[in-house]
Design a protein around this ligand. Structure first.
Ligand SMILES: [Zn+2]
Length: 221
């Protein structure tokens, strides 16, 4: 039983470390403050380009730059960090809010959850039937965690970027947004594009990959 619990915890932490870190910052340590904002521009933009009516936009008072979507299409709440909201211009912000909105209309939260559960239960089944040792359990959790992240990256994060960039008024916003990310994350080894950790454990596609998609759209006109 203990081996199954170790596997479950390790797998879930590996796959969801970013979300766990963001949400744990709300309750422990130097707590992130939150506030709800009324931004008609975001509401209108999202409604017009994705059909989604946002219930709420919540700001996380955090100098790091990120956006997230909580809830499913019938309860859509967008989360933006102040670091992102205050430094992005309208063109850059359009990419972020469309990216997040597409996660919602395409049911990506549910999709990622199902992908995680399928792989998690495959792992549990393996741990239970093969009676492998602790080291092998750790190894299995890492391998399956990485596989899970890669599937989520290419079936949700890449798709959200692709749809958002197709719908943007000015796709150049994606390119300047990536430059701002690069500066903001320059001391974070996890976000360097050459980092093996980033490649293995980060949900998002790289800054260069996003710029490539944007350039493709710009040049196709
Ligand atoms: Zn995303």
């Amino acid at each position: 039983m203990l081996d199954v619990i170790v596997f479950i915890l390790l797998f879930l932490i590996i796959v969801n470390w970013f979300q766990l870190m963001s949400f744990s910052n709300l309750v422990v340590g130097k707590k992130i403050k939150t506030s709800s904002i009324k931004d008609e521009w975001i509401h209108n933009k999202v409604k017009k380009k994705t059909g989604l009516t946002l219930i709420d936009i919540t700001l996380f008072h955090d100098k790091k730059m990120y956006g997230m979507m909580a809830g499913l299409p019938f309860w859509p709440k967008m989360i933006l960090s102040t670091g992102l909201y205050e430094s992005f211009n309208k063109d850059e912000l359009e990419w972020v809010v469309l990216h997040e909105a597409f996660h919602c209309v395409l049911w990506h939260n549910l999709q990622s959850f199902i992908i995680e559960m399928v792989i998690l239960f495959l792992g549990i089944y393996f741990v239970k039937t093969e009676h492998i040792g602790l080291l092998s359990i750790i190894f299995l959790a890492i391998i399956l965690g990485v596989i899970c992240i890669q599937i989520i990256r290419w079936t949700t994060e890449y798709i959200a970027d692709k749809y958002a960039i197709e719908k943007m008024t000015n796709p150049k916003g994606v390119i300047t947004a990536q430059d701002k990310f690069r500066i903001n994350y320059k001391d974070n080894f996890l976000n360097s594009e050459k980092s093996i950790f980033r490649m293995l454990f980060h949900w998002n596609i790289t800054f260069s990959q996003r710029i490539q998609i944007a350039n493709k759209r710009i040049n196709s006109k």
